[in-house]
Design a protein around this ligand. Structure first.
Ligand code: SAM
Length: 323
């Protein structure tokens, strides 16, 4: 279905839990997080029903995220049920990878087609610092397991923070040069745990590209599947690719193909949008599939033209976005 700006919206990002087994400094405070109660989040049956309805209005790809999607106990069953929806041809997760290696076979059998791992450092101490609880070995085992599963390309999300991991940019590119991986460099954004965010930590895409091009030749690549607003490039002579998500210094909203559903069943046209439509309330009021489809259409039609993250610090601080 086309939104009001003639963008084809076929991608639904679903948060299945707000719980996480890590406490990444840019995302969550160490303590004091109140998880949603079971009653306030969507049940497995409700998520499946909503995705079936979303498929009727043109959604073809689904990504499960969180929190950490793999801590949700019924995630494998959820993927299997969504895989039965004929129109859905792509089921992905974004995960920190901690639980992935043990679950890989079951996830594949269930119908998982793509995976993005979050990884910000190859240095065990730095990895442990930024995640507060993580063990780098879990993520490297996860990446190996995903490559063995035949998922291609396995994607790595790397948030670049000045003074923390900008000195590792070329290490990440070398990994993508040698392995069939797609490394996506993400500009640090003022979302999540805002006290950790400082403007000074922003490392722009132009700076990241400059560093990469000091050693590698990048070639434009528009062929990569499911990339949405990320710009991607091949690395000359390399097996993998790199991508850039520059919400702060630029935006690719014109190519955005997604809407989002929060853990408590609210639809948002954009990560940074304040407007929401509550599907959970509609479900609880006995809404028919037609009514739910109308709410999806409303969210798609109401998707904003663009976000304004790059329009100044004051705007950002006034919005204090959450996912
Ligand atoms: N737990 C999963 C994971 O770690 O991938 C999924 C949720 S996590 C919030 C989704 C993505 O958001 C991760 O790749 C993470 O790096 C990114 N992210 C979180 N906070 C961010 C921030 N302040 N700036 C940029 N990216 C951020």
């Amino acid at each position: 279905m086309l939104d009001s700006y003639a963008r084809e919206i076929d991608y639904l990002r679903v948060s299945v839990t707000d719980r996480c087994n890590l406490r990444c400094r840019y995302c969550m405070p160490e303590e004091g997080i109140e998880s949603s109660t079971r009653a306030s989040i969507l049940t497995l049956e409700q998520i499946v029903r909503l995705i079936k309805v979303a498929a009727q209005v043109g959604i073809r790809k689904v990504r499960f995220t969180g929190g950490e999607p793999l801590v949700r106990k019924d995630i494998t069953t959820l993927i299997a049920k969504v895989a039965e929806i004929p129109q859905i041809n792509d089921i992905a997760i974004t995960t920190n990878g901690v639980l992935f290696a043990e679950m890989a076979e079951d996830l594949k059998k269930a119908g998982l087609t793509r995976v993005n791992f979050s990884l910000d450092s190859f240095v065990p101490e730095k990895f442990n610092y930024i995640t507060r609880l993580g063990d780098l070995n879990d993520v490297t085992r996860a990446i190996t397991a995903a490559i063995k599963m035949g998922i291609a390309p396995v994607k790595i999300n790397t948030v670049v923070m000045k003074g923390f991991n900008d000195d590792e940019i070329l290490d990440f590119v070398q990994m993508a040069h040698e392995m069939p991986l797609h490394v996506r460099f993400i500009e640090f954004m003022p979302i999540g745990d805002l006290p950790f965010y400082q403007k000074e930590r922003l490392f722009t895409m132009a700076e990241i590209k400059g560093i990469i091009e000091s050693r590698y030749e990048l070639l434009d690549d528009s062929t990569l599947r499911g990339n949405g607003p990320a710009k991607s490039c091949k690395i000359k002579g390399g097996r993998g690719t790199v991508g850039f998500i520059s919400a702060m210094s630029d935006h690719f909203c014109a190519e955005c193909n997604r809407i989002r559903m929060t853990v408590d069943g609210k639809l948002r046209g954009c990560l940074f949008a304040k407007e929401e439509i509550s599907l959970k309330m509609a479900l609880e009021n006995g809404a028919s599939d037609e009514k739910l489809a109308a709410l999806f259409s409303k969210a798609i039609k109401g998707k904003p033209n663009r976000h304004h993250m790059n329009e100044g610090w004051e705007w950002i601080m006034s919005v204090r976005c959450t996912r």
